[in-house]
Design a protein around this ligand. Structure first.
Ligand code: ASN
Length: 325
């Protein structure tokens, strides 16, 4: 059953070649301008803060295991052989960020294409796409609080500047009044407290309740997120936007050899895929870092209020639907 049949109120995002009416084309034009402005504004903020902009890679022996993660829903992992070696399509540049920030570029960011073949039923969430771009950044020696401050400044600036410079486009898609100034610092909530209060639906419940962005911390997930082994608490975070949901996730990172090995073994992660960072950790070359990745289509989805974030892509990547382009 296709998404359209199941929920006739959600129109599937169309590819550029399928847009025919003036209204459709004007809407896509406004969204395109907002994407361009968002990329320019965010990258300018990071460059002003002394970050180096790294070009992304797409095929690599090491990529994000995306496991264990309470939100993982991967139908298929893309692995091919090139030059006699197995490589994977990039799920996130986390490993490259850890190496980059530990060695040559202590403050780095990249605009990275990530490929995650989500289960087809995620086509209906309006929040998942099987190819997306993240503004992924990492800072040597940073704490979670340092990362919060960087993100809060970048997003507050973006919303303020958008309302000033792109009023015409925001009005055209009826989002000018819906977008309000962000008030920093954002509230910090613990996932355990939310589970105790709302149960398993905490994500939807909190998104419906908040009127400003909130940080959610202490989420059990991949080996590279920092965990305090004495308290079992995770020093990691997701950023949730009101009436929308998650737009960013990140953490302080593990860098100690013994902890990394213990977590990889516990999680059943294939150590041979990560031999380089394991070796670096063993030699003390992996440094303490912290960082995060902001989903570009998600933040633009929040700004534009689209029903499906694939509407922010020129060539939509809705799980379960493969278009010729
Ligand atoms: N970009 C995320 C981070 O920095 C990782 C991810 O996308 N899974 O932690």
């Amino acid at each position: 059953m296709t998404l359209k049949e199941e929920n006739p109120t959600i129109n599937l995002p169309k590819s550029l070649d399928q847009l025919t009416t003036t209204q459709e084309i004007e809407r896509k034009t406004a969204i395109g301008k907002i994407v361009t402005y968002t990329l320019k504004n965010l990258t300018t903020t990071y460059i002003k803060e002394d970050f180096q902009w790294l070009l992304p890679v797409v095929l690599s022996q090491s990529t994000d295991p995306l496991w264990p993660d309470p939100n993982a829903s991967i139908e298929k992992r893309i692995e091919i052989d090139i030059y006699g070696k197995p490589v994977r399509a990039m799920t996130s540049m986390i490993v490259h960020k850890l190496v980059g920030a530990s060695t040559v570029y202590p403050k780095l960011f990249t605009l990275a294409p990530n490929i995650r073949i989500e289960k087809a039923d995620r086509g209906k969430t309006g929040k998942h796409i099987y190819e997306f771009t993240q503004l992924d950044f990492e800072v040597q020696g940073a704490t979670s609080k340092d990362i919060f401050a960087i993100v809060e400044k970048a997003l507050s600036t973006l919303i303020k500047d958008l309302k000033k410079d792109l009023k015409h486009e925001l009005l055209a898609i009826d989002r000018f009044d819906a977008l309000f100034a962000l008030e920093s610092p954002f509230k910090i909530l613990d996932r355990e407290d939310l589970e105790a209060k709302y149960g398993s639906t905490w994500e939807e419940d909190i998104v419906a309740e908040i009127s400003q962005p909130v940080w959610i911390t202490n989420i059990p997930r991949e080996f590279y997120d920092f965990q305090d082994f004495t308290t079992s608490r995770w020093d990691n975070y997701d950023l949730f936007m009101p009436q929308f949901g998650e737009v960013l996730s990140g953490s302080k990172r593990e860098y100690e050899y013994n902890k990394i090995i213990e977590k990889m073994e516990q999680h059943g992660v294939r150590k041979e895929n990560y031999s380089l960072i394991i070796q670096m950790a063993k030699e003390g070359r992996l440094k303490p870092t912290a960082g995060a990745g902001l989903g570009i289509e998600r933040i633009v989805g929040y700004i534009t209020g689209v029903r499906h974030i694939a509407e922010c892509q020129p060539f939509p990547r809705v799980p379960g639907i493969v278009h010729q382009l």
